[in-house]
Design a protein around this ligand. Structure first.
Ligand code: CUA
Length: 347
């Protein structure tokens, strides 16, 4: 089964064997560096909101580094400076100590905290500022454990994949169908909770085209870690073409195998949970499958959308994502091939 890698570090074991003398902490710092290979990072901002968050992060990191170095210098001085022993110097030393405590222990930290507070408030204000007259609105609903994605103004519904035009602010509306989830695209924005009975909103914008991974950032049950999605930022023409394609009703299958697959699909329990436009399948418990074949992933960013992975998901969803609502599909090999051929037509 072809899964999507999160952390790529194929050399970890050999390096560990070859470098037995590398101090443990340094070794783990190197391991952490491997995390950057496939995981989205807030330090790789691709939009204005993420950029302001990254700037704040670097500022606090810089301040922390300067303070850390100053403390280390002070510690070094305290350790290596020869202590004075004469009674006459003791009084002066106490006055100096009090001055150090006042400036380094009270006034200095107060200034640093006030500066950080002011910068944080400025960043928060920037993140909550809105651009009036949003042309594109995307409504994302959290489910255990997948993302329902709707474009209400364009009558488009999909799942686990959000398309946005490059260089334009998009209004994201967030709600949940069950427990609290948290919508997070590290390259584009900070985190936002999806709270039962409430709709939260924020704006995302990508300044460069690309695919950005998003994930759930609030523990929401056993498969919380397998609740991912992809944001595809593309030029406006490609984005509107995608909207048109998603709005279209897929044509009825012409191939005999796919036609048989459609009969199997419509005659099975699939239709109670899934919808396919233009058919009698109108379930809304699971993802809308109208354009399943056009999506990049299956099972909320867990598997690449390949024929083999789809076969594995249909026959053993509880092996791949234990606890999810999808029951295994009891099919013979021939029936499975027919069903796959049908699902393949849903582009
Ligand atoms: Cu949804 Cu964690």
């Amino acid at each position: 089964m072809q899964t999507i890698p999160r952390v790529k570090d194929p050399t970890a074991a050999p390096v560990f064997q070859r470098l037995p003398f590398v101090p443990g902490s340094l070794f783990f710092i190197l391991l952490l560096a491997g995390c950057a290979a496939d995981s989205p990072s807030i330090l790789d901002p691709r939009g204005p909101a993420a950029t302001s968050i990254a700037e704040l992060w670097w500022l606090i990191f810089g301040l922390g580094t300067v303070i850390f170095l100053l403390v280390m210098v002070a510690l070094g001085l305290a350790l290596f400076r020869r202590r004075s022993s004469t009674a006459s110097e003791t009084g002066g030393s106490t006055r100096n100590d009090n001055r150090v405590i006042l400036w380094a222990g009270i006034i200095g930290p107060a200034i640093v905290l006030i500066v950080i507070f002011a910068l944080s408030v400025r960043t928060m204000a920037m993140l909550s500022s809105t651009t009036p007259g949003a042309e594109f609105v995307v409504h994302v609903t959290g489910h255990q454990w997948w993302w329902e994605v709707q474009y209400p103004n364009q009558a488009v519904e999909t799942a686990n994949e959000i398309h946005i035009p490059v260089g334009q602010p998009i209004l994201v509306r967030l709600s949940t169908e069950d427990v609290i989830h948290n919508f997070w695209i590290p390259n584009l924005h900070g985190k936002m909770d999806m709270v039962p009975g409430q709709t939260n909103e924020f704006w995302i914008q990508a300044d460069t085209a690309g695919e950005y991974w998003g994930e759930c950032a609030e523990f929401c049950g056993i498969q919380h870690a397998k609740m991912r999605f992809v944001v595809v930022a593309e030029p406006l023409a490609e984005f509107t073409a995608w909207l048109d394609q998603q709005r279209a009703v897929p044509p009825a299958p012409v191939d005999a195998l796919a036609q048989r697959g459609q009969q199997i699909f419509l005659g099975s329990a699939c239709v109670y949970c899934h919808a396919v436009e233009g058919t009698n399948a109108t379930g809304d418990l699971g993802p809308n499958l109208t354009h399943l074949a056009s999506r990049r992933t299956l099972a909320a960013g867990v598997l690449l959308n390949t024929r083999g992975n789809l076969a594995g998901w249909l026959t053993g969803p509880q092996h791949i994502k234990p606890g999810n609502l999808m029951p295994p599909t009891e099919l013979t090999g021939d029936e499975l091939q027919a069903l796959l051929a049908y699902l393949d037509t849903l582009e």
